[in-house]
Ligand binder design. Structure first.
Ligand SMILES: Nc1ncnc2c1ncn2[C@@H]1O[C@H](COP(=O)(O)OP(=O)(O)OP(=O)(O)O)[C@@H](O)[C@H]1O
Ligand SMILES: [Mn+2]
Length: 314
């Protein structure tokens, strides 16, 4: 579902179409999954709690379709408005999936919950560069991407600019962690500001497809970390903090989301999933350390043996 682009001073991304308990439909692919406005809100909070602060602030609120969209809409968008048989105000916008009368967004009779992101600075002020994500999925129902068949894929990525130096690859590890925690499989591109050269951080945009399957942990989202065995020191410290307590990530999220106007933003099983997924990420880091330790031990000679220190992730 796509929503009308710019409106007033915020970016409308996602309107309530489904209840909080709606899960990704089993026969849907990641690229046909519906967008959930609560996922945009929750991922902003998650990004903040993980210390990244690379997502635009997003809030939920009740929207009036008549006064806040219809009366301001123009052209193609305006033509998609209609009144449903029971008298509700509906529209469907223009997009490639689900933008038809059968998938319209309807108010009750014309109010609806939505998510609203703060505007990014305009392109004139701060232009952005769009990058293809190296671990992009195939977006095809039968094809696989190269990274899915090649366990050595990370060593290829590491050779290519901008992943060959500085923090960019580490930023992608952070993005994989954010996406794994939220269950977002839809990370096809990412953006950076052009202003600061290759050192700029990666923006975390487009999270409408997260928080779809609370009872399933999609480990393939963690592939960048699993294949590169890299994680930033800060991110690891943050994950350990939530793992060891006293405050778990689910508690921090519950507290943070309680401040949103449409709280409770997430269905409780999604919060439980966060703690379980933190443990899974730490387990992946532990496996990486054990593997590198084994490699060191295979190569070690009696002389350098005493200098080796075993790393521990508690
Ligand atoms: N808060 C924002 N302010 C201004 N522009 C934004 C904002 N968030 C996203 N955009 C821009 O709008 C584009 C579309 O947004 P987004 O990716 O969230 O929507 P989408 O419908 O899921 O798009 P796609 O089909 O590319 O996945 C983004 O590429 C981004 O450049
Ligand atoms: Mn998208």
């Amino acid at each position: 579902m796509k929503t009308p682009g710019y409106h007033g001073y915020c970016w409308i991304k996602g309107l309530l179409v489904f209840p909080r308990e709606q899960q990704t439909l089993p026969n849907h692919f990641y690229f046909t999954d519906f967008e959930r406005h609560v996922a945009e809100i929750a991922t902003f909070h998650l990004d903040k709690l993980l210390g990244f602060r690379r997502a635009m602030p997003v809030t939920g609120r009740i929207l009036n379709i008549t006064s806040e969209i219809y009366q301001l809409a123009e052209g193609d968008l305006l033509k998609t408005f209609f009144i449903s048989p029971v008298g509700n105000q509906c529209f469907h916008g223009r997009c490639s999936y689900y933008c038809d009368t059968g998938h319209a967004i309807c108010g009750n009779p014309d109010t609806l919950e939505g998510s609203f992101a703060a505007f990014l600075p305009t392109k004139e002020l701060a232009s952005r560069k769009v990058w293809r994500h190296p671990w992009r999925r195939s977006y095809h129902k039968r094809k696989k991407a190269q990274w899915e068949n090649d366990s050595n894929y990370c060593s290829l990525v590491k050779e290519i600019a901008p992943y060959d130096k500085d923090r960019r690859l580490l930023d992608l590890m952070d993005m994989a962690i954010l996406d794994f925690l939220s269950g977002n499989m839809d990370r096809h591109h990412y953006e950076t500001f052009k202003l600061f050269g290759n050192d700029t951080f990666t923006l975390h945009l487009d999270h409408g497809r997260g928080f779809g399957r609370p009872y399933h942990d999609e480990l393939s989202i963690l592939t960048p970390l699993l294949q590169c065995c890299m994680i930033s020191r800060n991110t690891l410290a943050t994950l350990l903090k939530y793992h060891n307590g006293p405050q778990r990530l689910s508690t921090a999220m519950r507290q943070s989301l309680a401040k949103d106007p449409v709280a409770p933003v997430l269905w409780e099983p999604h919060l439980t999933a966060l703690d379980r997924r933190v443990s899974l990420i730490l387990q992946a880091v532990r496996d990486c350390l054990n593997r590198s330790q084994e490699r060191v031990e295979e190569n070690e000679t009696p002389q350098n043996k005493n200098h080796l220190q075993k790393h521990h992730v508690s």
